[in-house]
Design a protein around this ligand. Structure first.
Ligand SMILES: C[S@@+](CC[C@H](N)C(=O)[O-])C[C@H]1O[C@@H](n2cnc3c(N)ncnc32)[C@H](O)[C@@H]1O
Length: 237
C-alpha cells in the first residue's frame, strides 16, 4: 500500500525545508498542494519549487477556502473541500506515494490535520506519515533574535481574531504571546496592546523568510496600513 505524507515546508525560505521533507517529496510520485483561492497560487508549492524540480511529478493544487473552523467543524463548503482533497489523494495513491506540502508545520493552524482527519474517516487503514516543518513563529523569533520562551515562562500561541476579552485574559496572564492571523485586526489589536501597555514589547514580522520580509518594531506605524496575511506578532514581557 502506498503512503501519504503530510510535510511541513517551513515558513517561506526553501532552505528551511527539512532534509527529511525534501527527500520524501523527491520520492513521491504526486504532490497535492493546498491553496486558498481557485485563481491563486499555493504558497507551500511555491516554497517547494524553490528547492526542487517538479517536472517529472504530478502536481495537483486543491483549493481550501479560508473559513472559521470551530472544534474541528466548519462550513459545508470547507468540509466539501476536505473531502474532495481526500478523494484526489486516495485516487493518486493508487499510482504511488503522495506528498501534501503545507506551510510551516502541519501541527500549527494547518489544513494538513483536517485532511488527515478526513482521510482517516474515509480510509481508516491507510498509511499516513507526518513530517514536521519549521513554524512561522520559530522563523520570526530567529529573525528578531528574540526567544519565544525561557526558563519558567509561559508561551501562548493564539489567533488574533479572538475577541478582545479572550485576548485580554491571555495577554494579561502569559509571559510570551505569539499572535497569528493579525492582518485584518491590527487596529483593534493596537488599541488593546496600548490599553495593556504592551505596545513597546510587541514586534511584528511580515512575510518572514519570504522575498518581502519586514520587521516592524514600532507597531504604531502599522495603524491604517495594510499588512500581508503572512504576518505574526511576538510579545515578550
Ligand atoms: C494558517 S496559519 C499557518 C501557520 C503555519 N502552519 C506555521 O507552522 O507557522 C497562517 C498564519 O501563520 C503566520 N505566518 C505564516 N507564514 C508566515 C511568515 N512567513 N511570516 C510571518 N508569519 C507567517 C501568519 O500569522 C499567518 O496568518
Amino acid at each position: 500500500m502506498n503512503t501519504f505524507y503530510i510535510i511541513g515546508t517551513g515558513p517561506g525560505d526553501p532552505e528551511l525545508i527539512t532534509v527529511k521533507g525534501w527527500r520524501t517529496m523527491e520520492r513521491c510520485a504526486t504532490l497535492v498542494a493546498p491553496k486558498a483561492k481557485v485563481d491563486g497560487d499555493s504558497t507551500a508549492l511555491t516554497i517547494v519549487k524553490g528547492l526542487m524540480d517538479l517536472t517529472d511529478k504530478q502536481v495537483v493544487e486543491v483549493c481550501f477556502p479560508m473559513h472559521k473552523v470551530n472544534n474541528g467543524r466548519s462550513s459545508q463548503e470547507v468540509e466539501a473541500a476536505w473531502q474532495e482533497a481526500a478523494r484526489i489523494i486516495l485516487d493518486h495513491l493508487k499510482q504511488g506515494d503522495v506528498a501534501f506540502p503545507t506551510l510551516g508545520d502541519p501541527a500549527v493552524y494547518s489544513t494538513g490535520f483536517y485532511v488527515y482527519a478526513t482521510l482517516k474517516e474515509m480510509a481508516p487503514d491507510m498509511e499516513i506519515r507526518i513530517i514536521p516543518g519549521i513554524t512561522a513563529m520559530s522563523c520570526c523569533s530567529a529573525m528578531g533574535k528574540q526567544p519565544l520562551c525561557l526558563g519558567g515562562e509561559v508561551l501562548t500561541v493564539v489567533p488574533a481574531t479572538f475577541d478582545d476579552d479572550r485576548l485580554r485574559a491571555i495577554l494579561t496572564t502569559c509571559d510570551s504571546v505569539v499572535l497569528m492571523k493579525i492582518h485584518n485586526v491590527m487596529d483593534r489589536l493596537l488599541a488593546l496592546l496600548d490599553e495593556l501597555d504592551l505596545t513597546k514589547q510587541a514586534v511584528c514580522y511580515e512575510q518572514c523568510g519570504m522575498a518581502g520580509e519586514k520587521v516592524h518594531s514600532n507597531l504604531r506605524q502599522l495603524k491604517d496600513r495594510e499588512l500581508h496575511y503572512f504576518s505574526t506578532i511576538i510579545i515578550r514581557k
